[in-house]
Design a protein around this ligand. Structure first.
Ligand SMILES: *[C@@H]1O[C@H](CO)[C@@H](O)[C@H](O)[C@H]1NC(C)=O
Ligand SMILES: *[C@@H]1O[C@H](CO)[C@@H](O)[C@H](O)[C@H]1NC(C)=O
Ligand SMILES: *[C@@H]1O[C@H](CO)[C@@H](O)[C@H](O)[C@H]1NC(C)=O
Ligand SMILES: *[C@@H]1O[C@H](CO)[C@@H](O)[C@H](O)[C@H]1NC(C)=O
Ligand SMILES: *[C@@H]1O[C@H](CO)[C@@H](O)[C@H](O)[C@H]1NC(C)=O
Ligand SMILES: *[C@@H]1O[C@H](CO)[C@@H](O)[C@H](O)[C@H]1NC(C)=O
Ligand SMILES: *[C@@H]1O[C@H](CO)[C@@H](O)[C@H](O)[C@H]1NC(C)=O
Ligand SMILES: *[C@@H]1O[C@H](CO)[C@@H](O)[C@H](O)[C@H]1NC(C)=O
Length: 418
């Protein structure tokens, strides 16, 4: 009881501190209920249910986890909700169900779940060893050989993400689209909202909490973080110059430079510098714009072309040059020095990029790639990036590439450092 009280109190205080609206009031009534049920155990009526291990959120800014004895609370700023995760063997789980605009309950560990595959990076559940309880997907836009293999083997089904009857059949449905009309079993999973690569990777703890695999989530995140910070430290303490990097994409006649904070952070951590453009978009049909665009691009040593394409295999150097619309390319050192990249090296069916899957949970691999992009050793195999200035083509991901037993967890790949 005392432990429960302390956790509850800490939870309440934090909630009251941070909640913008009256959600703490609802939480209070919930806690009053927990209080009531647990009062039974003071008199020895119900066995204490222990939460295995704890995850502490250190870096991510958009969720928090609080622990009680028979429940956990995830506060998710993406959808402004609190998720009450009730241990399946607790009395409260059989008696309580919450589904309001601020509070939802889930019985954990989840016996099954489905995900909106269009945006959900399945690599998180692979690292946790939870891929076999994934029973539903909304599209086969999945850059994961093992999930594709399970789908091919009929172990998970595919359905339309607007089929609410189907969605209701799962213990939980994880989605990243905060615009979709919510239902009681929906949980919003949005690592993409975070500002840095490590903050995004820490969302593994969010998934871990639903399956009581906090210990594994902590272990993976720590390994990833230690490796990432080691690589960043080596890269940023170099005495050599800092190459200038432009992340840019072309759409409807305009070139724009990225404003994504996590991408800027990658460049900084890899020991580079972001191209200092005066504005973010340049219209190639406007002569003044084109002139300025041409000039600024002459200062870039490395270009990462993020232009969307439905046909990555066909997106070559000449496609880039066609979009560029600049006749005189003599000052472009990223061309003469062959440093023109795309992050679509690993792709399934031309649409699903592993950059939006594996790289989110294992940013140390993306960072190691970028360090090689900026400071080439020639003794390294890229995971996500291909150099279109050297004619490198994408690798098609397929189910036949699944090389592990899907009942076991995928191991993070630790890059040699130091
Ligand atoms: C918690 O994790 C540690 C290792 O991280 C493990 O030794 C211990 O058994 C775990 N406890 C529970 C209750 O799962
Ligand atoms: C709770 O979950 C565990 C692990 O999935 C399962 O073995 C157990 O049977 C469940 N207990 C109840 C009461 O549902
Ligand atoms: C999903 O269902 C909606 C509404 O019924 C429909 O408009 C949409 O085309 C469907 N999507 C797919 C991929 O079938
Ligand atoms: C998911 O698990 C729940 C609870 O055990 C069960 O009622 C449901 O039928 C399962 N759904 C699927 C699609 O396996
Ligand atoms: C780009 O500039 C051309 C010529 O000035 C103009 O016609 C076009 O609308 C502009 N495009 C955009 C997207 O602003
Ligand atoms: C060209 O690339 C090499 C590394 O491959 C680098 O050392 C050199 O500084 C680059 N030159 C220019 C002009 O960017
Ligand atoms: C490749 O792209 C070019 C234009 O860049 C287009 O003309 C050609 O049809 C495309 N090839 C395929 C196989 O899609
Ligand atoms: C290339 O990398 C491997 C593995 O990291 C290392 O053992 C080897 O010494 C490297 N070779 C060179 C020439 O740097």
């Amino acid at each position: 009881m005392i432990t429960l009280f302390l956790y509850s109190k800490r939870y309440l205080i934090q909630l009251m501190d941070s909640a913008p609206s009256s959600s703490w009031l609802q939480a209070f009534s919930f806690l009053a209920l927990v209080w009531l049920f647990n009062c039974g155990c003071v008199h020895g009526a119900s066995p204490a249910v222990k939460v295995g291990n704890f995850s502490k959120v250190e870096d991510a800014g958009n969720f928090h986890i609080y622990y009680g004895q028979t429940f956990k609370v995830i506060k998710n700023s993406a959808d402004g909700q609190s998720y009450l995760l009730l241990q399946n063997n607790s009395r409260i789980a059989s008696r309580t169900k919450y589904c309001t605009s601020r509070i939802k309950s889930f019985v954990i560990p989840l016996s099954n779940y489905s995900v909106d595959t269009t945006f959900f990076p399945v690599s998180f559940v692979e690292l946790l060893g939870l891929v076999e309880s994934l029973k539903g997907i909304t599209s086969d836009y999945v850059a994961s050989p093992c999930v594709l293999k399970l789908y091919q083997g009929g172990q998970l089904e595919m359905f339309n993400n607007s089929d609410y009857q189907k969605l209701a059949e799962f213990s939980s449905y994880f989605l990243s689209d905060t615009d979709q009309q919510p239902a009681c079993n929906f949980a919003t999973f949005v690592p993409f909202m975070e500002d840095t690569p490590l903050q995004r990777a820490e969302w593994i703890k969010f998934m871990g909490a639903f399956a009581n695999v906090e210990a594994r989530a902590n272990q993976v995140y720590t390994a990833v973080k230690v490796n990432y910070l080691c690589l960043a430290k080596v890269a940023t303490t170099r005495t050599t110059f800092k190459p200038t990097v432009a992340w840019m994409r072309y759409k409807n006649g305009l070139w724009s430079f990225t404003q994504e904070k996590y991408q800027l952070k990658y460049v900084q951590d890899a020991g580079g510098e972001i191209l200092g453009a005066n504005k973010n978009t340049y219209n190639v049909s406007d002569p003044d714009d084109l002139e300025e665009f041409h000039a600024i691009l002459c200062t870039a040593e490395v270009v990462i072309d993020e232009t969307l394409t439905s046909d990555p295999v066909n997106y070559t150097m000449s496609a880039f040059i066609q979009n560029l619309n600049v006749e005189d390319r003599s000052c472009f050192s990223f061309i003469s020095n062959t440093s023109l990249w795309r992050y679509d090296k690993r792709v399934y069916n031309s649409v699903a990029l592993d950059w939006y899957n594996g790289a989110v949970s294992q940013p140390q691999l993306a960072l190691a790639d970028l360090i090689e992009v900026l400071f080439p050793t020639g003794n390294y195999t890229m995971t996500y990036f291909r150099n279109i200035a050297k004619g490198e083509v994408p690798i098609n991901i397929g189910p036949e590439m699944c090389d592990r037993d899907t009942s076991t967890a995928m191991e993070p790949t630790i890059v040699a450092c130091g």
